[in-house]
Design a protein around this ligand. Structure first.
Ligand code: GAL
Length: 454
């Protein structure tokens, strides 16, 4: 491929998607902000989890990350120069309410006011996620997502955010990928807070489902003209072999990974037919919950990176299904060992679009990590460029096929802290030199800039 003409076989422009289609970039507070203990900021579960040796690749942490806290003006100006008009970021709960509940931090509010105002000044629309995984540690000390009191803690937090920012922020997402923060954080123990087992996972699921709905209702009540969504991780699930056992295993994995959080919000309940162990959530359900799990979102944020192949396995408790790693399948992968499989995004748009209650879909994350090399001050990230273009083609196809997809956000703007993987996988359109905090726009970023022109 000619690196000077990276779009040579990609001829779509942003306007081909229609005038209401939004394009942007996505980020999350803990992954970019740094300033972990500035002023009265409280510690989050990610501050705590990263401080324990062995939890994160090379014991990396987000204490400085991209230093977005101090550099937000330069980063937002860079965004503007790249023609990016929509910026998704999250609010750090413990920066806003250091003790999780109670006093609100004036410096925390002031910081987000400055970020929001600067976006607006630059002609960039803010898209705010209320919760992108960084629970205040003080609340984790009381059980975190396993404690039913989280519903009122969270409602109070949403109230504070809606009241302070709702005059200028209209696009809101309640939770980021509840399946990942409950699964990785409260079942597998590989993400903060590092808890394991069904006794943590099941209550965390149910409380997240209640919060995702009540967060939406609070925003609806307090923010005029709000456009309210929540986001879900999802992957097309394919049976590894075309055998009845693998087909069943794939249905189970689909129920767990793709259906678990959206279906209760639509009034369909938990997908227990394929994952009977979910029946045990019953003990956490109170009578009024059945209606309180439902919320009528304006949009659903679909976050897709790959597909998964699934096979039957007697050894996996509760599910009898397991993922066959991409590295074992001899397919093209990213640095995360995720298969590059663009039709997955089309498939997931179609799957979500098929729910009667889903009004609109926005791709709130899609992107890829590849080993980037800086040579003569440039990064020719051809693989990422191809990844983004091939996924956008699928989104375009979905739209042309009449599926109601109205936006696409690249994960992510600058390379940042990639959770358990630390700084190793780079997902950015913009390269971050973590020693100097210098930014270099990669070829993919230059392409996006051209694509967004007009
Ligand atoms: C998502 C998550 C992001 C980002 C991305 C890439 O699951 O919401 O924070 O890390 O994956 O792995």
């Amino acid at each position: 491929m000619d690196l000077n003409h990276p779009q040579n076989n990609f001829n779509l422009q942003s306007q081909d998607f229609g005038k209401d289609f939004v394009f942007g970039v996505s980020t999350a507070a803990y992954q970019i902000e740094g300033a972990h203990n500035i002023h009265d900021k409280g510690a989050s579960i990610w501050d705590h989890f990263t401080s324990k040796k062995g939890n994160i690749f090379n014991n990396h942490h987000g204490q400085i990350a991209c230093d977005f806290y101090n550099k937000f003006e330069a980063d937002i100006l860079l965004m503007k120069s790249m023609n990016i008009k929509h910026f998704r970021f999250s609010l750090s709960w413990s920066r806003i309410i250091p003790n999780g509940t109670g006093d609100v931090s004036t410096t925390g509010i002031d910081y987000y006011n400055r970020v929001i105002d600067f976006c607006l000044e630059c002609g960039i629309t803010p898209w705010v996620t209320l919760y992108h995984w960084d629970l205040p540690q003080v609340l984790q000390n009381k059980g975190g997502w396993t404690n039913r009191a989280i519903v009122s803690w969270f409602e109070n937090y949403v109230n504070v955010c809606a009241t302070h920012f709702g005059d200028r922020v209209k696009n809101w997402m309640v939770l980021n990928e509840p399946m990942v923060f409950t699964g990785a954080g409260y079942f597998l123990g590989v993400h903060a807070p590092g808890n394991r087992g069904l006794k943590n996972f099941l209550p965390a699921i149910h409380h997240a489902v209640l919060c995702q709905a009540s967060g939406g209702s609070i925003l609806r009540a307090l923010v005029d003209n709000a456009f309210i969504g929540t986001t879900f991780s999802c992957s097309q699930i394919t049976p590894y072999r075309n055998t009845p056992r693998d087909v069943l295993a794939a249905k189970k994995a689909d129920a767990l990974l793709n259906r678990l959080f959206i279906e209760p919000s639509l009034g369909l309940g938990y997908p227990t037919e394929y994952v009977p162990v979910l029946n045990r959530i019953e003990r956490y359900i109170q009578p009024e919950d059945v209606k309180n799990m439902i919320f009528d979102y304006d949009f659903i944020g679909v976050q897709n990176y790959t597909r998964e192949m699934v096979t039957h396995s007697y050894f996996v408790p509760y599910l009898q299904a397991k993922i066959v790693k991409a590295s074992k399948r001899h397919v093209k992968t990213t640095l995360m060992d995720w298969e590059v499989y663009p039709p997955s995004i089309y498939h997931m748009i179609k799957q979500f679009n098929a729910y009667k209650g889903v009004k609109k879909i926005i791709i709130t994350e899609n992107g890829a990590a590849f080993p980037d090399m800086v040579s003569s001050g440039q990064i020719h990230d051809t693989e990422r460029l191809n990844y983004l273009q091939s996924h956008l083609r699928q989104v375009y196809k979905a739209k042309n096929d009449g599926l109601n997809v109205e936006g696409y956000f690249v994960w992510t703007f600058t390379d940042n802290f990639e959770w358990a993987e630390g700084y190793h996988p780079r997902f950015g359109l913009v390269y971050t030199d973590f020693k100097t905090q210098e930014r270099i726009v990669k070829s993919s970023g230059k392409w996006y800039q051209g694509f967004l022109k007009n």
